[in-house]
Structures are given as C-alpha cells and as structure tokens.
Write a protein that binds this ligand. Structure first.
Ligand SMILES: [Zn+2]
Length: 85
C-alpha cells in the first residue's frame, strides 16, 4: 500500500451508498453490443442461479448465485453501470 493505492475498505461507505440504490433503474451498458438501458429491461433466466442477459444481443450481463447465506455477483458482461448520485 502507498499514498495512492488503498484496499477496498477505503471505499466501503461509497460502495454501500451506491449499491443501496434501486438497481432496476440503473443504466447498464452491454459489454458486447454497447446498448444502454435500464437493468430492469434485461432478460432474466432462472436455474441454479440467476442470469441477466442483454435484451438486444443476448450477452450475459450478470450472474447471481446464492446458497441462502452468501451471494455471489458477476457483472463482467456490463461495461458500465450508471446510478443516480
Ligand atoms: Zn448487448
């Protein structure tokens, strides 16, 4: 660690604030086709976990898996996520 690099705990308050917003109205940009739109407009598939796909190209935007006590989030298919400040 140095003056410009900190661990994730340094942004705990910011992360808590950002993820406490209504995520279905957050604007996500697809990492594959570049389309932007509300997360709530994505196509959701349920199985062993939840898969959120781009409504334009079918790219996997995100995956959510839970075992009842822990949740794993993978949003590597979203290029950017825009939320109201
Ligand atoms: Zn797409």
């Amino acid at each position: 660690m140095d003056e410009v690099m900190l661990d994730g705990n340094a942004v705990a308050g910011l992360l808590q604030e950002l993820f406490a917003v209504e995520m279905t109205t957050a604007i996500g940009t697809c990492g594959a086709c570049g389309s932007a739109g509300p997360v709530g407009a994505g196509h959701v598939y349920r199985g062993a976990g939840i898969v959120l796909r781009c409504p334009h190209c079918g790219n996997v935007l995100g995956k959510i898996v839970t075992n009842g006590s822990r949740v794993w989030l993978d949003f590597q298919g979203i290029r950017t996520l825009e939320v109201a400040a």
